[in-house]
Design a protein around this ligand. Structure first.
Ligand code: GUN
Length: 283
């Protein structure tokens, strides 16, 4: 068996085309969706991510600002900036790129963002809404995975989803989102014993561990759907957490790295910003 490759990049392009039309319609009604991305420090990977986010928002016709703050920015200064953005009615979405330098308490920053502008879906109020099955901003990578599965016509209800990774950004929320879609969910992580016993049981395997080559064809059963969320640099080359070649021999569907989940993350950020603009203007 050879897997069908799900290219998030192609789907992202299609969705962004639809969003472009939606943004144009909102513009006609005098609503100009605006995203502000805040980055603190000089981390090259973070810088490249935020540039991508800003470029994508401009491509769909949204307004977008990038605030680049120095590495030694104080927590107080950042909290003041967030407060100003919360109060600025022209701003619909606020994203503070993580991780933050160590002098800044990340959780404090997340909780300072107005939940109505929290397009990352990281504020505890939005996390709680996701937990209780209410409409809210869903974190972008988990949401992108859900949309990819849906658009590839992969049914979720009753399926056994096995997730490797329990981060607040990906592992935990993707499990919750798929539980809300009636999947049976197993979380695995760095302390899980006999990982392969779990991965072999998966109908849908989501790998978000941040470890290149963690999963190979040996670890999965025939017909598994494999979603690779890993972003690792090995010898200067971008690679996921899954050994694509061997896993593709057994999987029914598989996402590549690059061109897989990554472009969907940015796309869902744009979706959330449009949603924020519509909510604020009650459209
Ligand atoms: N750093 C890595 N991924 C993300 C993300 O989705 N949002 C934010 N704010 N920071 C990140």
């Amino acid at each position: 068996m050879s897997a069908e490759v799900i290219y998030g990049k192609d789907l992202a392009q299609q969705l962004r085309q639809e969003m472009k039309e939606e943004v144009a319609q909102l513009e006609e009604q005098g609503i100009h969706p605006k995203l502000v991305v805040v980055i603190v420090g000089e981390d090259p990977a973070s810088k490249s991510y935020v540039k991508g986010k800003q470029r994508a928002s401009e491509n769909v016709g949204m307004n977008s600002d990038l605030l680049e703050l120095p590495e030694d920015t104080t927590e107080e200064k950042l909290l003041n900036i967030i407060n100003d953005l919360n109060e600025d009615s022209s701003v619909h979405g606020i994203l503070v790129q993580l991780p933050l330098p160590k002098q800044i308490d990340e959780q404090k920053v997340i909780e300072a963002i107005d939940p109505a502008k929290d397009v990352d879906g990281f504020h505890p109020i939005n996390v709680g809404k996701l937990m209780t099955g209410q409409d809210t901003f869903y974190p972008c990578t988990p949401f992108g995975i859900l949309v990819m599965l849906q658009r590839a016509n992969i049914s979720i209800e009753g399926k056994h989803v096995v997730i490797i990774g329990r981060s607040n950004l990906v592992g935990k929320p993707v499990g919750q989102l798929l539980l809300n879609e009636n999947a049976t969910v197993t979380y695995c992580h760095s302390r899980t014993k006999n990982l392969r016993e779990h991965t072999k049981q998966a109908d849908i395997l989501i790998v978000a561990a941040g470890k290149a080559q963690l999963i190979t064809g040996e670890d999965i059963s025939e017909g598994t759907v494999v979603i690779d969320v890993g972003v690792n640099r090995v010898d200067g080359k971008l690679t996921g957490d899954v050994d694509f070649e061997s896993a593709a021999q057994k999987a029914s569907h598989i996402t590549p790295v690059p061109k897989g989940v990554g472009p969907m993350t940015i796309t869902m950020l744009l979706h959330n910003t449009i949603k924020a603009a519509k909510w604020i203007h009650k459209k």
